[in-house]
Design a protein around this ligand. Structure first.
Ligand SMILES: [Zn+2]
Length: 411
């Protein structure tokens, strides 16, 4: 599995996320949505860094005038063709790809209980530049831009620049960060032509079974663009592995059900990132701590609970996985995070007849700790950031992956 390459930091924004879609065989069921986080630069004055070293979730600013800016590059691989379409005319090809992009965005703006709605997005623009995926404050999709991150098996990734201080800009003239964790720039890069890998629009997939479904991949990467990390829920759109060639994940979006491909886990993550204040349905949360049966097992780890177990909430009647999270830490201002095994699953449907069962499991494959924590910054210290104030320093412990759990029915 590829490690996330370190890209050069861009001042004043920092690069915090770099995620991959890898092709492997489909694995067994396991669970969890994760929201990417960043810790404010506490070396700066409080007017810039705020007053807490608690991890902040990363998300787009829906208040920017005109909506989230986005564009896609019409530069496409020609030999071989990277994106296979039904319409072979040059303009028809672009329209078919653009429709796929529009539908993938529509998946995320179609979730009930989220404030991310179609008007949150600026119109989708086109650029003809091949290398338009740069930290410029424009969220861009590139289908023909090479990058060192395209190591073996990487089909696509999203590079996210996040504010760790107020007022930071992705580039001069771009809106300054209004809150900590604000996503300033997020670019999606789809693997360019290499002679072996092709992508197909939904219309073209049936006749090109060796191609990967462009819509599924775009939808996954747009989740990263919006602040979601990987989920270990097998059916989730944010599961870190791409569906096999010739297939798509879930159901295609429709006008009546634009978010059809998402799992409940994906929807819960989006409601956390962009809550709709008028939403009265998904106000439930379950929280607690994952503790070892023998507390002495944690001696010397710097933790007082299990880091990092997948905690999964299932519908008690249907057994369906609804949402999941990862245990490990809690934080109260001014921070830093402490590692006490806390988990919290929010955005859950409530109701008199609604009940949940929980289980916890280790991150022991197919999804590994590195898959879910690659874009999650929980601690900073003098090793990661010279001159870091001691009172805001912590060390992220090593994930515990060698435990087993038993079921116990609650009250
Ligand atoms: Zn991913």
């Amino acid at each position: 599995m590829s490690a996330c390459p370190i890209a050069p930091s861009r001042l004043p924004a920092i690069l915090t996320a770099c995620v991959f879609l890898l092709h492997v065989t489909f694995p067994a069921v396991s669970a969890a949505y994760v929201l990417n986080t960043v810790v404010a630069d506490m070396r700066l004055p409080a007017s810039l860094a705020g007053s807490t070293a608690c991890p902040q979730t990363t998300r787009a600013n829906l208040s920017i005038a005109g909506g989230i800016r986005r564009q896609w590059s019409t530069s496409l691989g020609a030999n071989p063709v990277t994106v296979l379409t039904v319409d072979q005319t040059s303009s028809g090809r672009l329209n078919e790809i653009e429709n796929t992009i529009v539908q993938a965005f529509g998946v995320w703006t179609g979730v009930a209980g989220s404030a991310l709605v179609p008007s949150s997005l600026a119109p989708l623009a086109r650029t003809s530049a091949q290398t338009s995926c740069a930290a410029d404050g424009l969220n861009t999709i590139c289908l023909n831009q090479s990058d060192p991150a395209f190591s073996t098996g990487v089909l696509a990734f999203t590079r996210v620049v996040t504010a760790d201080a107020l007022g930071e800009q992705a580039a001069p003239g771009m809106p300054p960060a209004a809150f900590l964790g604000q996503i300033l720039d997020a670019d999606i890069l789809i693997r360019p032509s290499d002679g072996t890998i092709n992508f197909a629009t939904p219309a073209a997939l049936a006749v090109h079974p060796a191609a990967y479904d462009l819509q599924s991949i775009l939808t996954h990467e747009m989740g990263h663009m919006l602040g979601a990390g990987h989920s270990d829920v097998w059916r989730a759109m944010m599961f870190p592995f791409v569906p096999p060639a010739g297939t798509f994940l879930g159901s295609r979006p429709t006008l009546a059900s634009p978010d059809a491909p998402l799992s409940e886990d994906d929807r819960a993550a989006l409601r956390q990132l962009y809550p709709d204040p008028r939403d009265t349905v998904h106000q439930g949360s379950i929280s607690g701590r994952v503790l070892p049966a023998n507390p002495l097992a944690l001696a010397g780890t710097g933790t007082t609970g299990v880091f990092a177990a997948h905690v999964v909430a299932m519908d008690a009647v249907t057994g369906m996985v609804i949402a999941a999270s990862i245990s490990g830490w809690s934080c109260s201002d001014p921070g830093p995070a402490i590692f006490d095994g806390t988990y919290r699953i929010a955005g859950l449907t409530t109701g008199i007849t609604q009940a949940y069962q929980l289980y916890a499991e280790p991150l022991d494959g197919p999804v590994a700790p590195g898959d879910v924590f690659e874009s999650t910054v929980l601690c900073r210290n003098t090793l990661t950031d010279p001159g870091w104030p001691a009172q805001f320093a912590c060390n992220t412990p090593s994930p515990v992956t060698d435990f087993s759990t038993g079921f116990r029915f609650g009250p």
